[in-house]
Design a binder for this molecule. Structure first.
Ligand SMILES: [Zn+2]
Length: 232
């Protein structure tokens, strides 16, 4: 039985390694998916900025048109002034001209502000585009690295599984079943009794169980944690 326990210890090392590989195989693709968030956010921000720039430029064009038609209106008023003699009407057109000038000025500054805003957005968009290119490059490198690691881990997993199969061949079914139960619950399946204490859960092992472990004629489990005990 001691040989079988020794064999199971090796199987356990293999199983612990396999479970580590399995965890990495689950973790790595998740981490990679997390790194896709930055380029995705940048793409959304760039699309929004593009739409906003189009809107701002359209509004600026409208304001510019308004300024042009305002200037035409001023010219018409100026023409009217030339032919008006009556003082009262002259004053009325002059006031209209003042109002038109104020309106034109307002539209001019509106147009200027809109174009300035569009320019600032364009600069932000260019920064985002540069950041996106960088993020996409980093992601491509990371994807390549992760894919390579995953392929290596899969190959390792397969070869360890084959190795394990080879190792468990001469372990009797009953002992192997017990071991498999313990390993799926505990991971580390084998513990040692030292000074009457289980090395895994640190609980006191009854003398009778300790003696059975020392005899080594059957597999004995720790009554507290269920691990297979070795002694001596
Ligand atoms: Zn224990």
């Amino acid at each position: 039985m001691k040989d079988i326990i020794e064999r199971l210890k090796k199987v356990n090392e293999c199983d612990l390694h396999l479970s580590m590989i399995k965890k990495d195989l689950e973790r790595l693709p998740k981490e990679l998916a997390g790194q896709e968030a930055l380029p995705k956010a940048l793409r959304t921000s760039i699309d929004r900025a593009k739409a906003e720039i189009v809107r701002l430029k359209m509004e600026a064009d409208a304001a510019e048109l308004e300024v042009k038609s305002g200037e035409e209106a001023l010219k018409r008023y100026a023409g009217q002034l030339n032919i008006l003699r009556h003082n009262k009407e002259f004053e009325a057109v002059r006031r209209q001209m003042d109002a038109q000038r104020a309106w034109n000025k307002e539209n001019e500054s509106k147009c200027y502000k809109l174009l300035e805003e569009a320019e600032a957005k364009q600069k932000a968009l260019e920064n985002d585009s540069a950041a996106l290119a960088e993020a996409e490059q980093a992601l491509a490198l990371e994807t390549e690295r992760v894919n390579q690691t995953v392929a290596e881990l899969r190959a390792q997993y397969e070869s360890l599984t084959a190795e394990r199969e080879q190792m468990t061949k001469d372990v009797p079914d009953r002992e192997l079943e017990l071991y498999n139960r313990v390993v799926s619950a505990r991971g580390q399946a084998i513990a040692h009794v030292e000074s009457g204490i289980c090395s895994a859960c640190f609980m006191k092992v009854p003398a009778q169980v300790h003696n059975l472990a020392l005899l080594g004629q059957e597999l004995v489990c720790c009554p507290s944690c269920g691990r297979i005990l070795t002694a001596g």
